[in-house]
Ligand binder design. Sequence first.
Ligand code: PMP
Length: 304
Amino acid sequence: MVTRLPSSHTLLDGHPGERTVPFGGNSLQHGTAVFDGIRAYATDSGPLLFRPAEHVRRLLSSADTLGIGHRWSFEDVLALVVRAAARESGDSYVRPVLFARDPYLGVDLRALEFTLGVEVWPIPPPTVRPARLTVSPWRRPAPSSFPPAVKATGTYAVSAVARTHAGAAGFDDAIQLDPGSGRVAEATIANVFLVRGRRLLTPWPRESLLPGITRDTVLRLAASLGIEAHEGPVDVGDLAAADEVFLTGTASELVPVGSVDAWTYPAPGPVFTELAAAFRDAVTGRLNGLGWCVPVSDRRQVAH
Ligand code: PMP
């Protein structure tokens, strides 16, 4: 199912009030923007951003890895994220993007001037619905073709082809394999976890995958709950032996998987349910000893 979000807010640094970008701009024409996605959760004391420092750091690292030059520091990006998030009082998804407006048709990123923009979408609370997945014939790009930890708009065409193919066959999403090893890498815009008994297994970053911040959150929560967790090689056949499977991502949070092709799982299963409850406590600040939640009214609390 496609969820279309209601109207969003745009904040372009240095271009106040602007909501549009030139059609000929390099990032639109060639997919050369880098971005990140951050959730803000409504609480009685106002919205909390979840792990914004990690997301901003990843955005800047994506730019750096691709050789994108720009003038924004960690503090500048964070300040714009916080300002943008403050425009919504409910749950929202906040997306800082570094993109090139120049109508330049080359692909040498050093020739481009990048702009920082932040888009904020109000997002409804998630409904827990088991996802039906298929293993996609479309694999992730090889790490020797594109750095998997970089979030660039262009690489989302790789996710789009697998997701579209899966959707046309009646599935909600697809598992994509590493192009070299043929092992499980990730879903199209989320990471994958398998549960066996009370033990978690998730593909290691040697496969072509984006090691997500939600994935990291789940690994840390599992440790605090006494659930053993392991990052390692995951063969497609391991899906046959799993007791539960679930996905993790900033926008979708934790999603129980009801089936992967003909393999079926209880969804939500007991380990998922335990982790999902801890995740909810974490994102709404009830576990904030961890320093993960930052009120939009107080950006000074963010550690570097
Ligand atoms: N893999 C891909 C390809 C993604 O786009 C995302 C979403 N950012 C993830 C994994 C999950 O990452 P995160 O938990 O940091 O959102």
